[in-house]
Design a protein around this ligand. Structure first.
Ligand code: MSP
Length: 478
């Protein structure tokens, strides 16, 4: 009988290439990478997709400001994202760009299907449009006439365009959400979506007349496809929609879309409704994470006070940045980040905690056991509590469980003083060191989705057969 492997298709938002990556875009990408690594470890047929959103007026504007041809500009900036992910130890299975032919083709198929569904009609729209958000804003969403996310004045747009009958989908969406077909996490976000739907959904414009650098509508080249619809479709185009049905069906529906809380209406309302209109399944789950502030201040590309994850990784190492992001902010909540906080975690949890435990243990194994721990290391059969926490998206919780073990082990060493005990009871020291080696090996397995480099470094030493005092895993920074 053929073995059935569970599949796990995980995605991040695709990032606007009007700027380079910042810590806010690194965050969901690190999270998705950690989950992908964990699912691969469990033997699941895993597919991890990320990419860049390259159409729209905002990007055209930024290219113009930079004095560059738009396509050249997006090529350059998209490359910055894939390079940044590489530096952060993020290994996606695919990286989609919305200017790629495979995506353009799939979106055309999608739009023709949408038109055939009878759910589109021509109408006129009038309203405020924020180029920063690439979306229309209700009067009530503006603060002093400005978009509160981008601090910029939206433009008044009056256009004749195509509309999608989103208003028809309220009940079916509520059924999917409340029946668990489409899970929305955390609960607070789910409640927000549900109450928004219950207020009644309005139809949305799916084309624009005045947008720059956008895809033409397949049946009317005077209009362009609204960039958000083009972008949402990346999740399907990347796995072969309209080109390779077999592969598409292998991975669709997505098991988990990771998104920021600012874009949940797109992902939990518009996206599933569009999918239903074209006869496809809705995503199984959407998780919305919180927003970062920097030293208590709102952060964003548009505001200019961003933290560069690449610089941090170059200074502290990619594993430290990954650890920090997952440990510092409970997943789903807002959080404040700063280099100071990262440094405190680095020196405390990493250098003094794990690093110290590893170097003193390997040092003592070299000294008291001549580097020999025999066949002592075993691979655990069950998922540890920490891995289970990661599996359930409790990253801070899982890491805190592991770091409790580290603190405990460091204390045992301090208390039992093997360097004195060895003179009177070497057998006891041997037993202690073998247990510490096993514990460290187990820790390496558990942290490996979050800190793949450190885990490899630890396993290499522990599995070497002749253990020598290891190079420090983390060098304290003053
Ligand atoms: N292109 C759209 C997403 C389309 S997905 C089909 C977009 N791009 S974005 O580059 O502006 O933002 C991408 C993600 O980064 C969003 O999920 C957003 O929540 C996240 N973040 C942007 N700034 C952030 C913080 N300050 N903190 C945490 N996440 C933030 O939206």
């Amino acid at each position: 009988m053929e073995e059935i492997r569970p599949k796990f298709y995980i995605t991040t938002p695709i990032y606007y290439v009007n700027d380079k990556p910042h810590i806010g875009s690194a965050y969901p990408t690190v999270v998705a990478d950690v989950l992908a690594r964990l699912h691969r470890q469990l033997g699941h047929d895993t597919w991890f997709l990320t990419g860049t959103a390259e159409h729209g007026s905002k990007i055209a504007e930024s290219a113009e400001k930079a004095g560059k041809d738009t396509q050249a500009f997006v090529d350059e900036n998209s490359a910055k994202f894939s390079l940044a992910w590489d530096i952060l130890g993020i290994a996606p299975d695919d990286f989609i760009r919305t200017t790629e032919p495979r995506h353009l083709k799939a979106v055309n198929v999608f739009f023709n299907k949408l038109k055939d569904s009878g759910k589109l009609y021509e109408g006129e729209y009038e309203g405020w449009y924020c180029i920063g958000c690439e979306s229309f804003k209700k009067e009530s969403e503006l603060v002093n006439g400005l978009c509160p996310i981008h601090n910029r004045k939206p433009e008044w747009v009056k256009e004749k365009n195509w509309f999608f009958k989103l208003s028809e989908y309220g009940q079916v969406l509520l059924d999917k959400i409340e029946g668990g077909d489409m899970k929305i996490m955390p609960d607070g976000r789910k409640n927000e979506v549900v109450s928004f739907i219950k207020q009644g959904l309005e139809d949305i414009a799916v084309s624009r007349r005045t947008a720059k650098f956008a895809m033409p509508l397949p049946w009317d080249d005077k209009q362009t496809i609204y960039v958000w619809l083009d972008e949402l479709f990346n999740y399907c185009s990347a796995i072969g929609y309209g080109a390779d049905r077999e592969n598409f069906e292998k991975y669709w529906p997505a098991d988990l879309h990771i998104v920021g809380k600012d874009i949940i209406k797109f992902h939990c309302i518009i996206w599933p409704a569009l999918l239903l209109a074209i006869g496809e399944q809705v995503p199984k789950a959407v998780f919305a994470h919180g927003f970062f502030t920097v030293n208590g201040q709102k952060m964003g590309k548009s505001l200019g006070n961003t933290i560069d994850p690449v610089e941090l990784a170059q200074k502290y190492g990619s594993d430290a940045v990954r650890y920090f992001l997952l440990r510092e902010i409970p997943f789903g909540q807002d959080g404040d980040v700063s280099e100071e906080k990262l440094k405190a975690r680095f020196n405390g949890d990493l250098a003094n905690g794990l690093g110290n435990l590893f170097s003193r243990t390997t040092n003592m194994i070299e000294r008291y056991l001549e580097g020999d721990i025999g066949e002592f290391l075993k691979s655990p059969k069950d998922l540890s509590m920490a891995s289970e926490a990661f599996y359930n998206l409790g990253f801070a919780e899982g890491l805190s469980l592991i770091w409790k073990e580290i603190a405990w082990a460091n204390q045992i060493i301090d208390k039992s003083k093997p360097w004195e005990l060895f003179k009177t009871d070497p057998a006891k020291v041997k037993e202690l060191l073998l247990n510490l080696a096993a514990l460290l090996h187990d820790i390496a397995l558990k942290i490996s989705p979050v800190m793949p480099e450190t885990a490899d470094q630890m396993r290499k030493v522990l599995e070497s057969g002749n253990i020598k005092k290891a190079e420090p895993l983390f060098l304290k920074i003053d």
